[in-house]
Design a protein around this ligand. Structure first.
Ligand code: HEM
Length: 498
């Protein structure tokens, strides 16, 4: 502990010296006197992990509780890694926007590499920022955020809508009985994603496809939960079978895409390099780029595909949560139905364009996201810096407490109550600036539009066609602080509407 404190004092001194040597005005000299954030005293080896141990299921709740004692910005030692927790909108903005370039890395957690063939830099979400990442994200964003890409939006729209008859046919074959709904929604979401990104869809009955979707859900759930080795890497030898399981599952996923998508796609591109019809083609175009520095290797593309297709697991989980909440809130369900019946009716299928005309359905999604309170992936300081006037050393982990932004009684009335109307003002959708379920700034989520659009079409299709209920005695468990639910969290019963 003394060593850590000594090291941090030395770093602070260096930082102050650096700042003062380049300062010219008295204002700059003021800025050059930051104080260290307060925080609980760390123990040797484990740091402050004990302070968080009783919040194992939702560490961000723990971050909020410790904030009541230590203030809105405080320091922790996660094992031997220094960390800073920030609990206010002003400091979150400072990290994500004003000083975004100083906090754009990700933590070096052993599992992060394991998901991506041993190197987390292969991942879009878990890598540090780099020129290579910028190029990958520019390409991915153009396909997923649709900005200025009307043809992408149209292709996505056709994909989502054309998957709905497959989903309803599956449900129709099991009417009035409990159905493993999350499983069906996972197949549906994966087909929408692979249809759109790779121009390829699969049968829900294909064994390989079923395995890969289940493996993706496992990995997604694993990422959503913490693990003892994250901050105590010395424990890795005790978890070798768990690590091997992750390795086997991710290798299986990669092999599936290699065999079922990439080989075919490469062949097509070799025959006609100008024939670019989807995101995989656009990635492969970089494989054969003429300028050497623009070239991507085959692995890069495989991992991009894996990362983005894996996003489909977020969809099935959030749709399950959406259904779980409205089934427990009959008033919201009735209002949602009324909106569907009045704006779409019963005679035509819902379309993506309907979304902008249906603010209540959007407000319900916001309320589901607020109560879910999925964390922002931790950022890492790339240089010595300050947050809220406190000194933060290079390499510190930054926990941006979204849970506090979503559930603080200072920011919301009756924060634990399910009330979509809080997002409506005179019938129009309104969201407070501090509500950022997809984060903001240079590392913000690029899946937000895909989430909003897919969830909208799936939910409206189901509610337009079916009465949905929970089996007798079942109450959905909807844990906060993560998106993922179990593989079969609760079954649902569908019957055709009168
Ligand atoms: C309900 C669903 C989802 C939620 C709540 C969500 C939320 C988030 C959040 C909070 C971040 C971290 C941003 C930051 O560190 O500042 C993130 C990153 C990311 N998300 Fe999502 N996400 C969802 C679904 C998706 C989907 C479906 C995709 C892909 C199709 C996706 C792709 C990504 C990527 C690639 C990043 C990394 C961005 C970067 O590090 O530069 N997300 N997401």
């Amino acid at each position: 502990v003394q060593e850590t404190v000594r090291r941090r004092r030395k770093l602070k001194q260096q930082f102050v010296q650096q700042s003062t040597s380049t300062s010219t005005s008295s204002d700059d000299l003021e800025i050059a006197k930051p104080k260290l954030p307060p925080g609980p005293t760390p123990l040797p080896f484990i740091g402050n992990l004990l302070n968080l141990s009783k919040y194992e299921k939702n560490p961000y709740d723990g971050f909020s509780q410790l904030g009541k004692k230590f203030g809105p910005v405080y320091s922790l030692m996660m094992g031997s890694t220094p960390a800073v927790v920030i609990n206010t909108w002003d400091t979150i903005k400072e990290v994500l926007i004003t000083k975004g370039n100083m906090f754009d890395s990700r933590p070096d957690i052993p599992r992060f590499g394991l998901y991506f063939g041993g190197d987390r830099q292969h991942s879009l979400a878990l890598c540090d920022w780099s020129e290579h990442q910028k190029r990958r994200m520019t390409l991915a964003r153009s396909f997923l955020m649709f900005k200025g890409h009307e043809e992408c939006f149209q292709a996505f729209k056709e994909n989502v809508q054309s998957e709905m008859p497959t989903l309803t046919a599956e449900i129709d074959s099991k009417l009035n009985h409990p159905i493993k709904t999350k499983k069906l929604l996972s197949y549906c979401a994966m087909n929408i994603f692979s249809g759109y990104m790779c121009s390829k869809k699969f049968q829900y009955s294909e064994e390989n496809f079923k395995d890969v979707v289940k493996n993706f859900d496992f990995i997604f759930s694993d990422i959503n939960n913490g693990h003892p080795t994250d901050f105590l890497p010395g424990l890795q030898p005790f978890f070798s079978s768990y690590f091997n399981k992750i390795k086997a599952k991710t290798q299986g996923i990669r092999k599936f895409f290699l065999d079922n998508i990439c080989k075919e796609k490469l062949e097509k591109l070799r025959n006609d390099p100008s024939n670019i019809t989807d995101l995989v083609d656009a990635c492969f175009a970089n494989l054969v780029a003429e300028n050497k520095s623009d070239k991507w290797d085959f692995e890069t593309i495989l991992y991009i595909l894996e990362d983005l297709l894996g996003g489909s697991a977020a969809i099935s989980n959030i749709v399950m949560r959406f259904l779980g909440y409205i089934l427990q809130n009959p008033e919201a369900l009735a209002t949602l139905r009324e909106e569907i019946d009045s704006k779409i009716g019963r005679d035509r299928a819902p379309t993506l364009e309907d979304r902008h005309n249906m603010p209540y359905s959007q407000a319900v999604l916001y309320e589901v996201l607020r109560l879910t309170s999925s964390p922002i992936v931790p950022h890492v300081a790339t240089e010595n810096a300050t947050i809220g006037g406190y000194y933060v050393e290079k390499g510190s982990l930054i926990f941006l407490n979204n849970y506090e932004m979503n559930l603080s009684a200072d920011l919301w009335q009756e924060p634990l109550k399910f009330n979509p109307n809080r997002f409506l003002v005179e019938g129009n959708l309104k969201k407070p600036a501090h509500f950022i379920p997809f984060s903001t700034g240079k590392r913000a989520c690029i899946g937000s539009k895909v989430v909003a659009n897919t969830t909208f079409v799936v939910i409206t299709t189901l509610l337009q066609r079916y009465d949905i209920s929970l089996p007798e005695g079942v109450t959905p468990e909807l844990p906060r602080g993560k998106i993922s639910l179990d593989w079969n969290p609760y079954e649902l019963i569908f019957s055709l509407r009168e």
